[in-house]
Write a protein that binds this ligand. Structure first.
Ligand SMILES: Nc1nc2c(ncn2[C@@H]2O[C@H](COP(=O)(O)OP(=O)(O)OP(=O)(O)O)[C@@H](O)[C@H]2O)c(=O)[nH]1
Length: 212
């Protein structure tokens, strides 16, 4: 029984190794793996969160960034209500790729799709590494294209939940979920958990430990 739950179909796009899977892993399991294996094809995961009074189920398609999988992307973003376009703030090429994804989404995805531009791996800069994509440049792109913008670290968890909270707050909620889950299609499925996203600006997230 799924009534009262709103589903948000969300896709992650971005160059290989920018940290898409790591962002999802942080959001779904509050975990991080060094030297994560590249995604093959795509992975599907879900996570339920409470945003205010509303339970939202994120249905997340984590696409593979390797060029050989690029032609599969439209299959995953076609019906998506939200997209995370991820780049690595230490890799300028990944920001160029992010621009391409934003353009493609605006041309080919659903009208009204909510797009968040996400600059990942801020922990590298915090620990003395060199930033190669200026925050101002990304903010400018976000402003011009009407995107949400976040800088995150999947490694430390910084701002990761805020990305999903930001998406949840932008999408009109209250439309009950009419169908439970998507077909597996041979991809990895991870059980979802329920967490509460508090819109306090503090970024606090309380895991309720409910595997439901
Ligand atoms: N320092 C740091 N490393 C990260 C962060 N996020 C991911 N990584 C590392 O970057 C590498 C690539 O991460 P993935 O999550 O597999 O990247 P991806 O974008 O999903 O890659 P594809 O599946 O090939 O598209 C892994 O070694 C991760 O451990 C981060 O926030 N900080």
């Amino acid at each position: 029984m799924n009534s009262g739950i709103t589903s948000i179909k969300l896709v992650l796009l971005g160059e290989a190794a920018v940290g898409k899977s790591s962002i999802v892993l942080r959001f779904v399991s509050n975990d991080f793996t060094e030297n994560k294996e590249p995604t093959i094809g795509a992975a599907f995961l879900t996570q339920r969160v409470n945003i205010g009074e509303q339970t939202v189920k994120f249905e997340i398609w984590d696409t593979a960034g390797q060029e050989r999988f690029a032609s599969l992307a439209p299959m995953y973003y076609r019906n998506a209500q939200a997209a995370l376009v991820v780049y690595d703030i230490t890799k300028p090429q990944s920001f160029i790729k992010a621009r391409h994804w934003v353009k493609e989404l605006h041309e080919q995805a659903s009208k009204g799709i909510i797009i968040a531009l996400v600059g990942n791996k801020v922990d590298i800069v915090s620990s003395g590494g060199e930033r190669k994509v200026a925050r101002e440049e990304a903010e400018k792109l976000a402003e011009e294209e009407g995107l949400l913008f976040f800088e995150t670290s999947a490694k430390t968890g910084e701002n990761v939940n805020e990305v999903f909270l930001g998406i949840g707050e932008k999408i009109p909620l209250g439309r009950p979920d009419e169908q439970s889950g998507l077909q597996n299609g041979g991809v990895r499925i991870t059980d979802d958990q329920r967490i509460d996203l508090a819109s306090t600006g503090s970024g606090a997230v309380a895991a309720s430990g409910c595997n439901c």
